[in-house]
Ligand binder design. Sequence first.
Ligand code: HEM
Ligand code: HEM
Length: 302
Amino acid sequence: MAEIRETTHDDKPLAATGDPAHAEYPRFRLMARIEHMTLLVSFTILCLTGLPQKFPFSPLSQWLVGTMGGIEMVRMIHRWAAVVLILGTVYHLLTSAYRLFVKQEDMRMLPDLKDGYDLRDTVAYNLGIIEEPPKMRKFNFGEKFEYWAVVWGTAVMIVTGFILWNPIAATQFLPGNFIPVALEAHGWEAVLAAVSIVIWHLYNVLVKHRNKSMFTGVLSHKIMEEEHALELERLEEGGDPWKVVPPAVLARRRKVYFAVASVVAVLALILVVWMFTFEDTAIIVAPAVTRDVFVPLATPSP
Ligand code: HEM
Ligand code: HEM
């Protein structure tokens, strides 16, 4: 029987030849880089249009709102960026499901015991207790933590954002006091996410190393050696053996996958359109900026 060969991961040969110290190693496929760019742009816009609503009295917020054309425009931009974030999330879920169920790749982002040992050994190495740093895999414990923090944070933002967007619909199946709770959760999770991206993520990728892999797709020998020594060894040995999937099995898995994925994609689209059009009553979270309050001058009584 003919066999279809599917590579498990990005096991291409080294991108550079000659001196291994100057070689570059495959790290992210094009679609992963496009996904990251979409997340980067939508997240930044959501912060720039959300945080001024949370802190409406700050001069910076007022300047941002004024520059973007006023609070109603800011709210509209926030919602369009939210739609991009939601569609990006659905795409990520569907492609992850394809890699998991159809190609049956390993779930390399799942934390396991080795991550615990790597964390312990990294601390011990930094304190000078052990001589050698741990050898880590393609995604180390810090990257896995960050990935799951983004997954969890995005889920919270989508659920609470949905409640703020459609408070009347939400109160059909939730008690009314969930709305102020959703507002607090949405606002403070936004602060947490923005602070951790700036302090942690940008420190790791821009300050600790000049890591451009999410834009170029490749990582230098130096960073690979320091942060992904096991992955470096794996790639230098030629990557994993190719996974051979009989065509009948592949065809059967794809059929099931595409049936389920189409339903999920259509439901997600319906939800987004419904969210945009169902009601126009999202609560006003920035009263100081949105309303001109009429305050009569105190007139002295005769
Ligand atoms: C990581 C992404 C996001 C960030 C950083 C963010 C940030 C914020 C912040 C800080 C506020 C003001 C809350 C307050 O005053 O306490 C806000 C309001 C709001 N957000 Fe988000 N948000 C995000 C994602 C979303 C999503 C996915 C949705 C929709 C599903 C959404 C819908 C809303 C709505 C409806 C409001 C109320 C203001 C308005 O009517 O425009 N947000 N957001
Ligand atoms: C200027 C802004 C940003 C830059 C320069 C940047 C750069 C990078 C780079 C170089 C990587 C690959 C690190 C590696 O070798 O594994 C990466 C990974 C990642 N980025 Fe960003 N990023 C930015 C903003 C964001 C934002 C706003 C988010 C999400 C809200 C985000 C989420 C992630 C995630 C989940 C990963 C995979 C986990 C990891 O490797 O840490 N990034 N980013």
